[in-house]
Design a protein around this ligand. Structure first.
Ligand code: HEM
Length: 322
């Protein structure tokens, strides 16, 4: 194996480890919130005004473990960025995505600190999760692009589906972010935003929950329509498989969302629901990126007949709605 192949492989593996760690951080961060350990360390970066590390109580240990996970991720993010610069071919896409991870990471550390100092104000708790999910999206794209051969990636990028289906996939992505923001408002209004005494949004919990769930159902409808139309046009197996994963994760997300509600905010379904958002995001980003292929600039996308695909899409949307 040439040194070039080795460094590309090592880089790709490191991006995978980073993505797994970023997803794990969503799980540990959520547990901090659900176990009401957000103020387990009362100051930042030391745990308390007296102790640099956790003094040994349950809440301080959970919060401190989360902070240590953040330190590990910091090392990974710096390593990924440095390796993106040291690859034999310095690719702009990989440098930008790795740099995005680094900037987002610093932003997340600062935001986390301010959130603790401002006693878990709900908008900051919400922004903290949204930024963590943006990092997961960035990490997913980075891992995906690190797997594309250097000789291919510099060529022209072409969509492999007709425009209406590409549009539906963009709508899915946009709806996801709307749902996430609404979900963080549900959390900031409900019992799990932090300790019982910490601030909350003064909104109707049932009302905001219904809006959140309704947009979730819209996303579900769009995903199922897209999935059905992919089958109708006999889309590439990989594309159909990725769409399948999106629909399965969306279904589970809905199930756990309702489980949170019907169990009056039990912590386990809540933990799974938040982690599920990260997994769903990874699936959505991979689905979206898989809709493009790299081709020579004078090549025209040929595998899809636009007219037949539009008809298939229209009929599957009609089937889904009826
Ligand atoms: C379909 C896609 C969905 C996505 C991507 C999604 C995502 C989210 C996110 C990101 C949060 C915030 C979690 C946090 O702050 O840690 C949340 C909270 C919540 N979601 Fe969803 N959700 C979806 C569907 C649903 C559905 C259908 C329901 C049904 C009722 C639901 C019920 C809830 C509840 C009750 C909370 C508050 C959880 C808590 O405070 O611990 N969600 N959701």
């Amino acid at each position: 194996m040439s040194s070039k192949a080795v460094s590309s492989t090592v880089f790709r593996k490191l991006t995978l480890v980073t993505l797994v760690a970023l997803t794990a951080l969503i799980a540990t961060g959520t547990w901090v919130r659900l176990s009401e350990s957000g103020l387990g360390c009362t100051t930042w970066p030391a745990c308390t005004t007296k102790d640099v590390i956790a003094p040994g109580t349950y809440h301080s240990l959970i919060e401190f473990t989360n902070r240590m996970t953040i330190v590990v991720i910091g090392i990974l993010v710096v390593a990924v960025f440095v390796l993106s610069l040291l690859r034999p071919l310095r690719r702009k896409d990989l440098v930008l995505l790795s740099g995005g991870l680094l900037i987002g990471y610093v932003g997340e550390a600062v935001l986390g600190g301010i959130t603790v100092l401002l006693k878990l104000a709900p908008p900051l708790v919400a922004a903290h999760l949204v930024l963590a999910l943006i990092l997961v999206a960035d990490g997913t794209a980075l891992h995906w692009r690190a797997g594309i051969d250097d000789s291919v990636v510099l060529q022209k990028k072409l969509p492999t589906l007709p425009r209406p289906m590409m549009l539906l996939s963009s709508i899915m992505m946009a709806a996801f972010w709307v749902i996430v923001v609404l979900g963080t408002i549900v959390t900031g209004t409900g019992p799990h935003s932090g300790k019982p005494g910490t601030p909350r949004f003064h909104l109707s919990l049932g009302g905001i929950m219904e809006v959140h769930a309704a947009v979730g159902l819209v996303l579900y409808g769009v995903a199922v329509s897209l999935f059905a139309s992919l089958h109708a046009i006999h889309a590439a197996k990989d594309t159909a498989r990725r769409a399948h994963v999106v629909v399965i994760l969306l279904t589970l997300q809905g199930v756990f969302g309702y489980a949170v509600w019907f169990t009056k905010f039990s912590v386990i379904p809540s933990e799974v629901h938040t982690l599920g958002s990260a997994l769903l995001l990874i699936a959505l980003v991979r689905f979206r990126l898989g809709l493009y292929r790299h081709a020579l600039s004078d090549e025209v996308p040929s595998e899809i007949n636009d007219m037949s695909a539009e008809r298939a899409l229209a009929s599957s949307v009609a089937d889904t709605c009826s």
